[in-house]
Design a protein around this ligand. Structure first.
Ligand code: ATP
Ligand code: MG
Length: 251
């Protein structure tokens, strides 16, 4: 069964939509449209009766709600109807507290079953446990995690961290939700564990082209079990979010 994304011009590039209950990575540069993509996906589901949750890890949920409510996507109404949830699971850490609490951070699920202290930055484990509870409580079917980058870099052991992120994604598979993992795209040519572990990878670009000026584009890098478009396609932001247009080379 295909899950419609609600993003104009996108579903037809991936045989009609995402595969249900799978995890997809939406990776992009700053301001490339990751949050917009995520909110459109949730709003489309919520309008069709499927509850969705947007998990905010990298900034305050209030800011995201405020920014995303500027789009004509009925965000406020869907939140009031309990079809759309914004969860603030980001760090509450204030200046000076981080060093003190860093000793509690562990990416290992088995070793550390206890919840993190209130002021600790989120760990993959604490985020997963919180998300799991909300998914069960509100029968959530669509999930957005903003962003995976926020629960990276919480360990001083890079190898452990890779394992921990892989484990986080594998654990998400047990929740019965179609999930978008948002992440920062720092080096497009460097393969990360989240790219391997996800069922599909979408890149969002926002860059300066010598001839074309500022270019905003979307590219489908991988989509397991799906015949998909591979072009770099121009995207535009409208009052209903982003829309996907023609391949960049045709402009
Ligand atoms: N209401 C709106 N109407 C049209 N375009 C908008 C609107 N709101 C935001 N945008 C455009 O979308 C861009 C940001 O999109 P978005 O917040 O989804 O990106 P992001 O990749 O999540 O950014 P970040 O890396 O900061 O999290 C803005 O820079 C702006 O160009
Ligand atoms: Mg964002």
């Amino acid at each position: 069964m295909r899950v419609k994304t609600g993003i104009e011009g996108f579903d037809e590039l991936i045989e009609g939509g995402f595969l249900k209950d799978r995890q997809y990575l939406v990776s992009g540069s700053p301001g490339s449209g990751k949050s917009t993509f995520g909110v459109q996906f949730l709003a489309a589901g919520a309008l069709a009766g499927e509850a969705g949750a947007y998990v905010v890890l990298s900034e305050s949920a209030d800011t995201i709600v405020e920014d995303m409510s500027r789009y004509a996507l009925h965000i406020e109404e869907l939140v009031n109807k309990k079809k759309l949830f914004f969860l603030d699971l980001g760090p509450t850490t204030k200046y000076g507290e981080y060093e003190e609490v860093s000793q509690f951070i562990t990416p290992n699920y088995e070793q550390h079953e206890a919840e993190s202290p209130d002021n600790a930055p989120p760990t993959p484990y604490s985020v997963f446990k919180n998300v799991e509870a909300v998914v069960k409580q509100h029968n959530i079917k669509r999930l957005v995690i903003d962003s995976l980058s926020a629960i990276r870099f919480t360990s001083s052991h890079p190898a452990q961290e890779e394992k921990s992120i892989g484990r986080f994604i594998r654990n998400l598979k047990t929740l019965g939700c179609t999930t978008l993992l948002l992440s920062e795209l720092t080096k497009p040519d460097a393969y990360t564990i989240e790219q391997f572990a996800s069922h599909g990878v979408i890149f969002l670009h926002n860059f300066l082209d010598n001839q074309k000026g500022m270019v905003r584009a979307l590219q489908i890098i991988k989509m397991r079990g799906t015949k998909h478009d591979c072009e770099m396609r121009v995207i535009e932001f409208t009052n209903k979010g982003l829309i996907v247009l023609k391949p960049l080379k045709k402009y």
